[in-house]
Design a protein around this ligand. Structure first.
Ligand SMILES: N[C@@H](CCC(=O)N[C@@H](CS)C(=O)NCC(=O)O)C(=O)O
Length: 415
């Protein structure tokens, strides 16, 4: 019998901790993959999960829950389980390590890994600070594990499960052999855990990083044009502390903006906001796409086919999706003038990124050309009256199972 399902995007470590706990407790918990930015913003989803965030759990009995640690706890908390510790003290220690995982590796992952994944702009000082923080934390953990196989007691508990999943991306992206050398006990513990059948059946074979990845070698900024490199003022600012990073980004975004020349264009009958709302609240096929073509105004807007230039360098699908996520994040200021759907087609190590931008005006707006990502994509204006073009646009808006004859793997909507 199914115990419940978790709404998420694919390969989410925050979900994997609940799935591993489910394996230990012989509970059937299903992953329900949703399109982020679309399915998690519908009124039905928000009625159950007010923040619209994933992971979000829905039990077979209708019980709903958000926050990944609460979900993992709920799945772990089955009668007779040892996952939550055998005594009152062990139970408290499990909670200690769960909080440790979040507080020590959450902000540092944001500052060190998110720029690599394209979520955050590159900020060398913040990354270096995070690296030092991680080393300090790992030293403490290494000491704790000098005499222990698992974090609490003699067996795997939720503490191990949560901490392993918090460290997963570090292991995949930056913890190479030389970085790990001083932390042998941590590494022994991590490998012991990921080799347990319950971990393995969820995580598969963990791919250990061979060489520490750095942000500018892998994230979107790699193709910045020379002219743009000459004015890195934003990125060269002194780095805010990790926790303040998001605040600083928010403050930057909240600054009053100069009037955009696109506001001076003649009024269009196509109201982008209306389209975005319609797209969010209706089935894409046929309802939303029909609405789109009935309302689209080719005088006031144009459609560009957008293709990533370096598809042969793409590796894991989730990283490609993150690359798109980073690009979209840096387009935040264009929300009034842009709708976009970019998809990853194919599979790990054999994929491409393609999609469409619907933009205000007849040219690619400066606000898009000015992002570091712009140079990494080919922009080709398409003819919206062409039937074949319309059909492919529909497929990309609707995230069809197959596009260009290739399997859809992931996608992001800018709206
Ligand atoms: N502390 C939360 C974090 C959840 C969270 O931030 N989820 C993000 C993805 S990693 C999300 O759903 N974002 C979508 C949105 O905000 O629209 C947890 O562990 O569950």
């Amino acid at each position: 019998m199914v115990f419940g399902k978790i709404y998420t995007y694919p390969n989410n470590p925050r979900v994997q901790k609940a799935l591993i706990a489910a394996k230990y407790n012989n509970l059937e918990v299903q992953e329900n993959i949703v399109a982020i930015g679309k399915d998690n913003t519908t009124p039905e989803f928000l009625a159950k999960f007010p923040l619209g965030k994933v992971p979000a759990f829905e039990g077979a009995d209708g019980f709903t829950l958000f926050e990944s640690n609460a979900i993992a706890y709920y799945v772990a908390n089955k009668e007779g389980t040892q996952l939550l510790g055998k005594t009152r003290k062990e139970a408290a220690l499990v909670q200690q390590w769960v909080a440790f995982a979040d507080n020590e590796f959450g902000p540092t992952a944001a500052a060190w890994l998110y720029p690599i994944l394209g979520f955050y702009p590159v900020n060398e000082a913040a990354t270096n600070k995070a690296k030092e923080d991680v080393k300090r934390t790992l030293s403490a953990l290494n000491k704790h594990l000098a005499t222990k196989t698992f974090l609490v007691g003699e067996r795997v508990t939720l503490a191990d499960i949560v901490l392993v999943t918090s460290l997963l991306r570090f292991y995949e992206l930056v913890f190479d052999k030389s970085f790990l050398a001083p932390f042998k006990n941590v590494h022994r513990w991590f490998t012991t855990c990921v080799n347990q059948p319950q971990f393995k059946s969820v995580l598969g074979e963990v791919k250990f990083c061979e060489k520490m990845r750095v942000a500018d070698a892998s994230a979107a900024p790699k193709a910045a044009a020379p002219a743009k490199e000459a004015k890195p003022a934003k990125e060269a600012k002194p780095a805010p502390a990790n926790e303040d990073l998001q605040k600083a980004l928010d403050a930057e975004a909240a600054k009053p903006k100069e009037k955009n020349p696109l506001d001076l264009l003649p009024k269009s009958s196509f109201v982008l906001d209306e389209w975005k709302r319609f797209y969010s609240n209706n089935d894409t096929r046929p309802t939303a796409v029909d609405w789109f073509w009935n309302h689209f105004d080719p005088e006031g807007y144009s459609i560009y086919k957008v293709d990533y230039k370096y598809n042969d360098e793409l590796t894991l699908v989730f990283m490609s999706a993150n690359l798109i996520g980073g690009f979209f994040q840096r387009l935040d200021h264009m929300r009034k003038y842009l709708f976009a759907s970019l998809v990853v087609l194919g599979e790990n190590n054999n994929s491409k990124i393609t999609g469409y931008f619907v933009v205000r005006g007849s040219e690619i707006p400066f606000g898009i050309q000015d992002t570091v990502d712009y140079e990494s994509y080919n922009f080709e204006k398409v003819d919206p009256s062409n039937k074949a073009v319309r059909e492919r646009v529909n497929a990309i808006f609707a995230w069809d199972e197959k596009i260009d004859g290739v399997k859809f793997a992931d996608g992001k909507i800018f709206k």
